[in-house]
Ligand binder design. Structure first.
Ligand SMILES: Nc1ncnc2c1ncn2[C@@H]1O[C@H](COP(=O)(O)OP(=O)(O)O)[C@@H](O)[C@H]1O
Ligand SMILES: [Mg+2]
Length: 682
């Protein structure tokens, strides 16, 4: 066999055969603990290179479950039993994932990449490392042409459910999305293709076009398994065989219908079973109607009276009777035995080999290539997505200007407001990286899909993503720091500005590592938003400004020691106050007096008066005495004037390392839809 036009693939193709495949799930409705319900009753089937199998049946009959099992998406689950063989051998390893493409029912893309970019990224990650960039891009062009996507190549993919600001912003059509998904899965010329309802939601012309593309691929020697829903009459004969399911049971498995010929085993089977298809009826609709006999009333509302409910239950029973009857007829027909004997197992056939692909490796390209491609992808997306760059930077500028206008041009002696302004800024800046929470759910779904199909490893994705969003977050920290620093009128001295900016940037990075961890533990944005508050708020409360250390209840006393915001706030305040020009000690004496008699001070003495008096007092002191006084005041306000730069930086290093590691583990093991055992194998 030579599948690729350039002869890149050799081997005998893929003979896929499954027998006695069953699938059980926990029965939520049962009161018995551990009870299960059977979704798939023993199913047999087989497809060879050049063949197309259609899996059909009414909604909920187990089509997606079966195709998921065949495509190894339920690997290692105890609930799946039976044998699945490729070329006569039981499937054992994950490497098989590289030999198959799986077009799922729900496909997600990044809205802000064009069709060509989406495919180019897939090409860079899926095609063998020996291919040059030009070869990879030529493959993208071929796919764009073959799947009739050339016209839409430079259109943004967009969102299928555009709402709010993006409503009407366009994006590609439903048919183009499906063809794009197929193009992604056809990228590495996998010899085995699974497709779950590739034609659903398409008009009949687009559906026919999709199936014709599949037929062409099959004629090149690929093995194709396709779940198909409501095919038009001209589509069904394009398939080699049909597996019709009803309630998880095989109702028919055999050759597809043959219009206008005398030999039509499918029609014959149903006619013998008492369901002769009228001449001018679409056989696909006809057989689906038989296995999907629906309640005549149609209304299943909770206020339905007893008679209606009885009718519905009756209709359900009737459906079961029809399906069970057909399944029994099929089992007794001998067709299955014939199929078992006739269909080739592919024993001894060689597995396809894609030139340049080392199937011993789990991924097509190196870790460094994965990292580079993913870094660029995330970086582009962050810039294009208005939820990310625009919102974060715009938000930071607004907050910076707002705070700057509140604590505008502070007097050197106005220590109280300096401390307040700096503390508030440090607390706010840690909330500015919320784009992580919003974008994570979509990214996680794409990560899971790509990772299962062997495009990249978790670490490459996670590290690339962290590095790609760091510049935006660092810029956010820098802008906020410069705005507040100069609007507050803090010391105009390069060393101090630099340190303040550094503290701000480091704080944003630590906060974003915590948010990354939170969002990796949460299932969706709503959940991560709920989880963020109880985690970041205590950090803010115990940052030193809102409650002094000696007042912290003992159950919370450990928090400041591990709180990155405490270290940032403390260090930023010490950086400014300890060396403020013009006699900080005097200014501090003023605020010390103030804190000793707070209410009287607040009512009767203005901060200017305190400053003037303090400056006069400070003039009497030596610089050493000033520093001592200053430190005493900082202590009285609950800050630690002796905090070392090293303690500050250590706290941020471990916060980043700990939370980013936990974020990695969350991404790898939480909400993956797979068991721990399965995830450990990947
Ligand atoms: N993990 C699961 N837990 C409980 N029920 C499930 C699970 N997976 C599938 N099912 C049930 O199995 C049936 C078949 O599902 P599915 O294979 O998605 O159907 P189809 O693709 O034919 O519409 C449905 O009734 C569905 O609710
Ligand atoms: Mg389905």
């Amino acid at each position: 066999m030579s599948v690729h036009p350039d002869g890149e693939m050799s081997g005998d193709g893929i003979f896929l055969r499954w027998d006695n495949v069953t699938y059980d799930v926990p029965d939520g409705g049962s009161k018995v603990k551990g009870a299960t319900k059977r979704i798939l009753h023993p199913i047999f089937g087989s497809v060879a290179p050049g063949e197309m199998l259609a899996i059909m049946g009414p909604s909920g009959c187990g089509k997606s479950s079966l195709i998921n099992i065949l495509a190894q998406r339920r690997r290692g689950e105890d609930s799946v039993a039976g044998s699945i063989q490729v070329n006569g051998k039981e499937i054992e390893s994950n490497e098989f994932s590289r030999l198959m493409g799986y077009v799922t029912q729900d496909f997600i893309f990044f809205d802000h990449l064009t069709v060509r970019e989406t495919l180019s990224i897939s090409a860079s990650l899926r095609l063998p490392r020996t291919w040059s960039r030009a070869q990879k891009m030529a493959r993208v062009d071929d796919l764009l042409r073959d799947l009739d996507l050339a016209k839409a190549a430079d259109t943004m993919v967009g969102s299928p459910v555009a709402t709010g600001a993006s409503a009407g912003a366009g994006g590609i059509s439903g048919g183009e999305r499906r063809r794009l998904c197929m193009a992604m899965e056809l990228m590495n010329d996998a010899p085995l293709l699974f497709l779950d309802e590739p034609t659903s939601g398409l008009d009949s012309a687009s559906a026919l076009m999709v199936v014709n593309v599949l037929k062409k691929l099959a004629s090149q020697g690929k093995t194709i398994v396709c779940v198909i829903h409501q095919p038009r009459a001209s589509i069904l004969p394009l398939f080699t065989r049909v597996l019709l399911l009803g309630g998880g049971k095989t109702v028919y498995y055999g050759p597809s219908c043959n219009f206008g010929t005398d030999i039509d085993p499918m029609r014959d089977f149903f006619a013998k079973a008492g369901h002769a298809c009228p001449s001018f009826e679409n056989p696909a609709d006809f057989i689906l109607d038989i296995v999907n006999t629906t309640p005549a009333t149609g209304d299943t509302g909770s206020d339905g009276n007893a008679d209606e409910k009885g009718a519905i239950v009756g209709a359900d029973d009737m459906r079961n009777v029809v399906v069970d009857g057909l399944a029994a007829t099929y089992a007794a027909s001998g067709l299955i035995t014939e199929m078992r004997a006739l269909l080739p197992i592919g024993d001894g056939k060689s597995m396809p080999v894609i030139k340049g692909v080392d199937t011993g490796r789990r991924y097509a390209t190196s870790w460094c290539n994965q990292f580079a491609v993913l870094w660029l992808r995330t970086f582009k997306l962050k810039f294009r997505d208005p939820m990310s760059f625009g919102t974060v930077i715009g938000g930071m500028i607004s907050v910076g200007l707002l705070m700057g206008s509140i604590y505008f041009d502070l007097e050197p002696g106005d220590v109280r407001n300096r401390v307040a302004g700096i503390s508030m800024y440090i607390a706010f800046v840690s909330f500015m990286t919320f784009d992580i929470l919003m974008l994570w759910p979509a990214e996680r779904s794409i990560y899971l899909r790509d990772q299962i199909s062997g495009m990249y490893c978790t670490s490459a994705f996670y590290i690339a993503r962290s590095f790609a969003e760091a510049p935006t977050h660092m810029l956010c920290g820098l802008i906020g720091a410069l705005l507040t620093y100069y609007l507050y009128g803090l010391q105009n001295d390069f060393d101090h500005v630099l340190m303040y900016c550094f503290i701000s940037v480091v704080t944003v990075m630590s906060a974003s590592s915590i948010l990354m961890w939170v969002s990796s533990l949460a299932k969706n944005f709503e959940q991560s938003n709920q989880m963020m508050m109880p985690i970041l708020l205590p950090c803010m409360f115990f940052s030193g400004f809102f409650i002094s250390e000696d007042m912290i209840p003992s159950m919370w006393s450990w928090v400041p020691d591990v709180n990155f915001l405490y270290y940032s706030t403390n260090y930023a305040i010490v950086n400014e106050i300890q060396t403020v020009e013009g006699g900080c000690a005097g200014a501090l004496l003023g605020s010390l007096d103030c804190s000793a008699a707070a209410s009287a001070c607040a009512l009767n003495v203005t901060s200017e008066e305190i400053a003037v008096a303090s400056l006069a007092a400070a003039a009497e002191l030596t610089p050493e005495q000033q520093l001592l006084e200053c430190n005493a005041v900082l202590r009285a306000m609950g800050f630690d004037p002796d905090m070392k730069f090293s303690s500050f930086i250590y706290c941020h290093i471990w916060t980043n390392v700990l939370f980013r590691t936990m974020g990695y583990l969350g991404l790898r093991f939480c909400w993956t839809g797979q068991s721990l055992k399965q995830r450990l194998q990947i």
